[in-house]
Design a binder for this molecule. Structure first.
Ligand code: ADP
Length: 499
């Protein structure tokens, strides 16, 4: 039985395999560019293919120069394999040494070509150079962690070292490649070298997939660690927030008690319950009362905010006609504006029938929001400017109420801060009083009512703050009974209050 393997056929088969496997490596490289080794391993089969083409073409192989070229292709291809292995095991690569190494091989070839060296001697030098690259590749891969790459590492190492043992065998028989005593072994070893290259490329592919898998596992672990840390941080933040809320609530309560005394007693003095005050005394008592009231408002804001953050604010949604809601809110807004020389207009763009339709809101909270808008419009508006509240339909779901002023406006870079608690959007250092919680409370409240809030503003020209309040879905028809008595504000009617 003839056991000899037809080397020419094998060369062609292995070339086909190189051609099939090489694009696979390219695809891997395209998708995993962070694994630098693949780039070098992609080039490795190219030179192998070159070597196979030259050695399978008998005409070319008869010419000395082509044999040298094919040997050079072998050394270059294995150098790329070596660089890839070094990169893969995260070792430093000195490209100068590698260039010098290939240069040395080229010089050896030139010398051999000129002195007409025997084939066996030339083969020895190619194999010797090749053994260096292979030994370094083995050394690099041996350092890979077994835990991460066990199977892939030993599979690739087996086929790379197979070449080393084959070369050692060839040295053992002193490159007497026609030695009939070893003819079969020589044939096997040559076939083995070709086959080994196919398996090495396969090994490189599974090594890179293993590295990708390990990277994903690591990323996942890091992600989980990060998530655990975030959960801890979130819990700590929640505890801190609860403590802050408790503190604010307690402090607001504690402050309100003595403040009530200040307000009560100064009011008694103001109204001359205990004797008439002279002008100076009255002025000072008025100052005490005004200061006390401001403090009271700030503390109430704080308490409101802490209650909202604590989830203690109950929103009671009810149906009420829009006109009634506005009529009930109007006196409160008038009261705010009455202390300043500002002109307050209400513009109603709605037809009577629409104006009388029901909205589904917590009316106390809507009043609170509109009071905040109007008091801000006065605070940040022009001293003797105009504040305009406008009521219109937004869409099928909402009515829109906006409050416009012609005041200082808001800088664009502060837009994102407007609804953040305790943020005064650049007005911290001004004389305008406030603690920056009114709008954040307004936002929380309107969102709990399934409404919307927003604003537009231009620095120096003024601002418009608006809310969209949900229409009642249940009742499509006007709530006539509620409106009849309160129908002070007529459609398209502008009511002006000059102060
Ligand atoms: P406060 O008025 O107590 O500071 P708010 O929460 O009501 O708190 O408002 C937050 C910030 O938004 C204000 O400090 C101010 O800078 C800005 N702002 C609110 N309303 C207006 C407005 N009508 N015009 C200009 N800036 C405004």
């Amino acid at each position: 039985m003839n056991l000899f393997i037809d080397i020419n056929t094998l060369t062609s088969i292995s070339t086909v395999f190189y051609i099939i496997l090489m694009p696979l490596l390219f695809v891997f490289w395209k998708h995993n560019k962070d694994i630098e080794a693949i780039k070098w391993w992609c080039i490795y089969p190219i030179f192998r293919i070159l070597n196979s083409i030259i050695s399978s073409d008998s005409q070319l192989y008869d010419e000395e120069a082509w044999i040298y070229a094919s040997n050079l292709a072998v050394i270059i291809s294995d150098s790329f394999l070596m660089i890839g292995c070094l990169k893969f095991s995260k070792r430093k690569v000195n490209y100068y040494y590698i260039a010098a190494f290939i240069g040395l091989f080229i010089i050896t070839c030139i010398v051999q070509y000129n002195v007409d060296t025997l084939l066996a001697e030339r083969a020895k030098s190619v194999v010797l150079f090749d053994m260096v690259t292979i030994a370094i590749s083995i050394y690099a891969l041996l350092h890979l962690e077994d835990k991460k790459y066990a199977l892939e590492k030993y599979f690739t190492l087996f086929w790379i070292s197979f070449q080393l043992w084959t070369f050692a065998f060839w040295f053992y028989i002193d490159f007497d490649l026609l030695n009939s005593a070893y003819a079969l072994w020589l044939n096997f070893s040559l076939a083995g070298v070709y086959i080994s290259h196919i398996f090495i490329i396969g090994g490189l592919i599974i090594l890179t997939t293993a590295m990708r898998k390990n990277q994903l596992i690591e990323e996942n672990e890091n992600h989980q660690k990060l998530e655990a840390n975030l959960t801890i941080a979130l819990r700590d933040a929640q505890i801190a927030n609860e403590e802050k809320i408790d503190f604010l609530t307690n402090m607001s309560h504690e402050l309100r008690t003595p403040l009530n005394a200040i307000l009560g007693f100064s009011e008694s003095l103001k109204f001359d319950y205990y004797g008439t005050l002279n002008d100076k005394q009255l002025e000072y008592v008025n100052n005490i009362f005004a200061g006390g009231e401001l403090l009271f408002k700030l503390i109430t804001d704080l308490l409101n905010l802490s209650n909202i953050e604590d989830g203690k604010v109950d929103i009671t949604l009810e149906e009420i006609s829009l006109s009634l809601l506005i009529n009930k809110t109007k006196p409160l807004l008038d009261e705010i504006v009455s202390h300043s020389p500002v002109t307050f207009d209400i513009i109603n763009d709605l037809e009577e029938q629409k104006y009388n339709k029901a909205v589904y809101v917590d009316q106390i909270r809507i009043k609170q929001i509109l009071m905040n808008f109007v008091s801000n419009a006065v605070k940040y508006g022009k001293k003797d400017g105009t504040v305009t509240m406008e009521i219109k339909e937004y869409d099928n779901r909402y009515f829109n109420i906006s409050v416009r002023d012609d005041g200082i406006g808001i800088k664009k870079d502060q837009f994102e801060n407007i609804f953040k608690p305790f943020n005064r959007a650049g007005n911290e250092k001004t004389k305008i009083e406030g603690i920056g919680v009114g709008l954040s409370i307004a936002k929380d409240l309107i969102e709990q009512m399934n409404g919307e809030i927003g604003f537009s503003s231009e620095q120096g020209s003024g601002s418009v703050f608006w809310i969209n309040i949900p229409k009642s879905k249940q009742r499509e028809f006007p709530l006539l009974e509620e409106n009849q008595s309160d129908n002070e504000i007529k459609s398209d009617n502008e009511i002006k209050h000059d102060h």
